[in-house]
Design a protein. Structure first.
Length: 50
């Protein structure tokens, strides 16, 4: 259980990092492209964790 909680915390931190990076990206990239890539990463991560 502890390791599961830790991995959840790590995932949350990773998500925060990704989100921050994408906020910077929004300055010089198309919104749709950015969110598409973000969704792709999120989907890949959730598939990997299954």
């Amino acid at each position: 259980k502890a390791s599961l909680r830790l991995s959840c915390k790590c995932t949350a931190v990773a998500n925060q990092c990704i989100r921050t990076l994408f906020h910077y990206w929004l300055d010089f990239r198309n919104h749709r492209d950015t969110y598409w890539v973000h969704d792709l990463i999120c989907t890949g991560v959730s598939m990997y964790k299954r």
